[in-house]
Design a protein around this ligand. Structure first.
Ligand SMILES: [Zn+2]
Length: 458
């Protein structure tokens, strides 16, 4: 590692974290770097200690869970095995929406709480809180998993991700920080025209980031475009894909085009990184020290090689415990141990959100995940939304409104204004109201579907 990178990693970054009160992130990183290689029995013991602790805390301190356990006639000491967990009621996204205040520890210091909300692409937007401790653990977990792909603190980094149009101008503190720390090169997947994609390639060649993080679908489209153009392409050391389902065809296309291995990742806003690939690319290792993961089929646990719904219990968020949260994605277990030596269990065949690009008025391509993040999640009152595009210049918002009233006038105005901002003026918008938008039989939720975008690079 070059001297300046070492200086940033060993001196400047710890100083900056200490100054901002986030030094505990380094403590968590050291812990996670060690625990990933624990013998399987010891790792399991650690996970179960944390699981008992969070269940016990939830039962004693959180009104919502006291009532969930009481209704089921359970006490925390009844939970001794994976199978026992099945008797605890599943936490649906709508339960979190309806019980936000009673799920929060009433005595948790407000100045140590972080508020956040999910994007709209997984079905139902959710508001939630986590503790500042959890923030440090999340950041450390992310860094550990980034390091598997070849990234380290002090290195340059690029992301092909959605960036909001209304991002505030950087403060003077951020400007000074950007002079010291390598900046992230942000390539905005919210608007991908042929000219901009050629520019992205040039920027990557100039900046030379060792690792690129990208929406799986956005990077596949970028790869298909570069291949079609026949231009020379920047080759990083590693690529992290996330936020969308990565198909085997897209993985092959990305790896061939960029000449680098893809490290696929499952993450979400509620829990940050859930699982990601190591250098052996044989399934994704769970972030097991922070999350207890179940794969279930109805009322039983999935067998190895059987697809199950992913149920997540956050082991480290005492402020607002999330116990048995239905993520909305499916996966299967990978048997055996990984050659990398990490004992973190592995999952595979993840099926989650499916998002197509939507074609805007000047043939710009706009990532579905980005649309979900910057339009739908701004208004949790929207509930479920799906975007369908079957012809150029026109889109259909399908709204799953259940018992709620269809969109109000101010919602329609907001949608029109935001849609024109991202897709261009003059686009025709239609609406269709349905009771609910079901997940596909495979467990996938299709947020955006465009038959127009698929034709562009065929
Ligand atoms: Zn491994």
């Amino acid at each position: 590692m070059p001297v300046y990178q070492q200086f940033v990693k060993q001196i400047l970054n710890p100083l900056d974290l200490w100054r901002s009160g986030d030094y505990a992130e380094i403590r968590y990183l050291k812990e996670f770097e060690r625990t990933q290689f624990l013998p399987p029995d010891e790792l399991r013991e650690l996970v179960w200690q944390r699981l008992h602790h969070i269940i016990d805390t939830a039962y004693r301190r959180i009104p919502y869970y006291k009532s969930v356990f009481d209704r089921a006639g359970l006490v925390p000491s009844d939970i001794k095995t994976d199978t026992d967990m099945l008797s605890v009621q599943i936490l649906e996204k709508r339960d979190v929406q309806a019980n936000l205040q009673t799920m929060l520890d009433p005595e948790f210091p407000k100045n140590r709480l972080i508020f956040d909300k999910t994007g709209g692409s997984t079905g139902t937007p959710v508001n939630y809180y986590y503790s500042i401790e959890r923030k440090w653990a999340r950041q450390a977990a992310m860094l550990r998993h980034d390091r598997w792909a070849g990234y380290d603190v002090g290195q340059r980094f690029a992301s092909l991700w959605g960036a909001a149009r209304d991002m505030p101008a950087p403060s003077w503190k951020q400007k000074i920080k950007s002079l010291i720390f390598p900046k992230t090169l942000q390539l905005n997947s919210i608007r991908m025209t042929p000219e901009l994609m050629l520019e992205f390639n040039k920027q990557l060649k100039r900046y030379r980031p060792p690792v690129i993080l990208a929406y799986a679908n956005a990077l596949a489209l970028f790869a298909a475009f570069l291949k079609q153009q026949g231009v020379s392409v920047y080759r990083p050391k590693g690529i992290i894909t996330s936020a969308e389902v990565l198909t085997p065809e897209d993985r092959k296309l990305i790896e061939e085009t960029f000449g680098a291995p893809v490290f696929n990742r499952l993450g979400c806003r509620e829990f940050s990184v859930i699982a990601s690939e190591c250098e052996h690319h044989n399934g994704m290792h769970l972030m097991a020290e922070g999350l207890y993961i179940e794969l279930i089929r109805g009322s039983r646990l999935a067998e190895t090689d059987e697809t199950g719904e992913i149920i997540v219990t956050d082991l480290l968020n005492e402020a607002m415990p999330m116990i048995r949260y239905r993520l909305g994605d499916t996966a299967s277990w990978v048997a055996g141990t990984c050659s990398c030596g990490r004992s973190l269990p592995r999952i595979n065949n993840v099926a989650g959100r499916v998002t197509d690009f939507i074609v805007g008025m000047d043939n710009r391509l706009c990532s579905g995940v980005a649309l979900a993040t910057f339009i739908v999640s701004k208004r949790p009152s929207f509930g479920q939304i799906q975007i369908i595009q079957e012809e150029y210049g026109k889109i259909l918002y399908r709204v799953g409104c259940g018992q709620n009233k269809p969109l109000q006038q101010h919602d329609l105005e907001f949608l029109r204004e935001q849609t024109e901002l991202y897709l261009g003026k003059g686009i025709t918008i239609d609406y269709e109201y349905v009771d609910s938008i079901p997940h596909e039989a495979s467990g996938k939720f299709i947020f955006s579907k465009s038959t127009v975008a698929r034709k562009i690079f065929q």
